[in-house]
Design a protein around this ligand. Structure first.
Ligand code: AMP
Length: 618
């Protein structure tokens, strides 16, 4: 497959016949929308808490709809494993999230304290998210496929006060490390069935005793203010522990505006975001944006399967679909004929995020759905979509599109060390077209992260000369379309999940046979990248296939399959800088047969490295 930048020359622009669209797009004239937009005006689409008491995401997403004609409208439609569905109306969601809030209050979980989830996509997850917002506590979702170590680390860093999970996930991932988490006071099991594990509570029983019937639901919502913390999303960096990105209630203004412009949400939409709420996309666009718009959101409780997904698109009459490149590549691999026989005529807009979207995938959408795929770009820190392809705008396959109204994007010139070039007290911007720089955004949009929890210095380092530096490298063409080039750091993107190499290396080094490890991402046709580890063994260990499998198994058990290395190679000499840092850049260049670049800081002279032992995929 071609990358986006290569695609610039090979793939013709896709034009649109807007007059033939089944509904008129929300954004018709890009330049005019940018000119006329202001965040204050976007905020006017929100209601605010009754009596001007403040702003709360749950009220905007649920209770204001439940108080009006949308009370009986389907808010969330869950598709079970057997294809049957169960729904929660806006009215149901208001009551059930109100009950969850009452439970938190009865336990004394306070404002600003963190409530974590480790759950599949069950109704309890959604009511817990919204109920937590209602009390003014902070929600932190964890991906249920994480292994015990990422779970423990995030609960610890986020000082989780309460955790909502299942019996099985608790037993496997939390109970063994519970005594290392003194802050974790309450574990609420959604499936305790009257018999909670020792040290846990039965959520159903607590909910039954916390019926807010007759209560003034809106009155029960804490008077949170726009700048109060609402969400904590952990994301991985190149070094150190995962970073907890802080988002505030004001973010809902961006979820609303981006849902309107980049996802083109209209009130009658049946909208499906395939991302898990354990990741930022599943929270911002799987829960908040669709509910704020009052649409019906589909939640598939199962994992990706080509036939199942086509069936859901057809049977649920999905109109707007937001998915990811890895998923699209898997569907492409399964073959376009799998879509045959499924009536996809309800679909009117398809968008994708999370990794570079190959131009082939953009165009493939036209064959299978009759619609091109619209790529958009954002990250955990931005909290919402920043750059997008819009329904009414021509697509240049391979490009991420153009900045949203209200978003100022630029490219910052970088020096040989990857640092922004500073000139006259400011950073030097790349102004010529098609020249690479670090993608930067002018701070000030509502869903921008407000900090990394307890890591002021790490937060500060993300800014230079009045810009937020995203860590991604990109180009901009003469017409203002942005093209993703690559990440500016060593962070790995595998199946849309951001993986910090340091986290994986630290885990590998806990294996008794491992002396040191260097971890990189290597290209993969479906997952984008897969994690590959280079491992130096402690003396007395032999580089055997059994040991290789044992180390991979060890990492899988601790980190979970989504994070652990898929490939492992033994090496006798990891390349390091003189200060002892593993040169992942060099590992990667060697792996890919690319130029090795400047080796002046290399500790091990080139050529001294013995032939690595080739490893395989388990
Ligand atoms: P996360 O914070 O986990 O959402 O990951 C954000 C990162 O994913 C970005 O900084 C990019 O490196 C990558 N990413 C997200 N969307 C795109 C896209 N449309 N094209 C290329 N890379 C993307």
């Amino acid at each position: 497959m071609t990358t986006g930048v290569e695609g610039a020359t090979r793939w013709p622009t896709i034009t649109k016949d807007v007059a033939a669209f089944p509904v008129q797009p929300n954004l018709l004239d890009y330049e005019a929308a940018r000119r006329d937009f202001s965040w204050d005006q976007a905020r006017q689409a929100l209601s605010g808490l009754p009596g001007g008491r403040g702003l709360n995401i749950a009220y905007e997403a649920v209770d204001r709809h439940a108080a009006g004609p949308n009370a009986g409208k389907e808010a969330l439609r869950f598709v079970r494993a057997d294809g049957s569905t169960t729904s929660l109306s806006y009215g149901d969601l208001a009551v059930q999230s109100g009950r969850f809030a009452a439970v938190l209050r009865s336990l004394g979980v306070g404002r600003g304290e963190r409530v974590f989830s480790l759950l599949g996509r069950s109704p309890e997850l959604y009511t817990a998210v919204l109920g937590t917002f209602k009390t003014g506590s902070v929600f932190c979702p964890l991906f249920s496929a994480f292994g015990p170590e990422p779970v423990r680390q995030r609960l610890h860093l986020g000082a989780g006060r309460a955790l909502v999970t299942t019996k099985a996930l608790y037993r496997k991932k939390v109970a063994p490390v519970r005594d290392t988490l003194p802050e974790l006071r309450f574990v609420l099991l959604v499936d305790a069935a009257g018999a909670p594990e020792p040290g846990t509570l039965d959520l159903a029983e607590l909910l039954a005793g916390a019926d807010p019937a007759g209560a003034d639901l809106a009155g029960d919502i804490a008077d949170t203010q726009p700048e109060d913390m609402a969400l904590l999303h952990f994301t991985s960096g190149t070094t150190g522990t995962p970073k907890g990105a802080i988002h505030v209630h004001d973010a809902v203004a961006a979820h609303y505006a981006t849902g309107r412009f980049a996802l083109d949400l209209h009130p009658d939409d049946i909208y499906w975001c395939t991302a898990d709420p354990g990741w930022v996309t599943g929270m911002s666009y799987g829960i908040i944006a669709p509910l704020v718009h009052g649409v019906t959101a589909i939640v598939d409780q199962e994992e990706l399967d080509a036939d199942r997904w086509y069936r859901i698109l057809a049977e649920q009459r999905v109109t707007v679909w937001y998915t990811a490149p890895t998923a699209l590549r898997m569907l492409m691999k399964a073959g376009a004929e799998r879509a045959a026989g499924h009536d996809l005529s309800a679909l009117r807009f398809v968008a994708s995020v999370g990794e570079p979207l190959n131009p082939e995938a953009v165009v493939w959408g036209k064959d299978v759905f009759g619609l091109p795929v619209h790529d958009n770009w954002w990250q955990t820190e931005t909290g919402g979509i920043m750059i997008a392809n819009y329904p009414a705008m021509p697509i240049r396959p391979g490009s991420m599109g153009r900045p949203l109204p209200g978003i100022e994007a630029a490219l910052v010139a970088r020096d040989a060390d990857g640092k922004p070039v500073v000139r006259d007290g400011g950073v030097q911007l790349v102004t010529e077209p098609d020249v690479m720089g670090e993608l930067a955004l002018r701070p000030g949009w509502p869903s921008m992260f407000r900090g990394y929890l307890n890591e002021e210095e790490r937060y500060r380092r993300c800014f230079a000369g009045g810009w937020y530096l995203t860590g991604d490298l990109a180009k901009r063409d003469a017409d203002g379309y942005f093209w993703f080039v690559g990440r500016g750091d060593d962070v790995i993107k595998s199946s849309g999940h951001l993986i910090g190499p340091f986290e994986v290396e630290s885990c590998l080094m806990e294996h008794p046979a491992v002396a040191e490890a260097g971890v990189i991402g290597v290209p993969d046709a479906v997952a984008g990248e897969v994690v590959k580890a280079f491992v130096e063994l402690r003396p007395g260990n032999e580089a055997t296939e059994d040991l290789q499998l044992d180390i991979i198994g060890f990492a899988r058990k601790r980190l979970g399959a989504a994070v652990a290395p898929r490939l492992l190679e033994f090496t006798a000499n990891l390349p390091k800088t003189r200060s002892g840092k593993i040169l992942r850049r060099l590992l990667k260049a060697r792996e890919l047969g690319l130029p090795e670049g400047d080796l002046s800081t290399l500790e091990t002279p080139q050529g001294h490295e013995p032939e690595p032992r080739e490893g395989g995929q388990p």
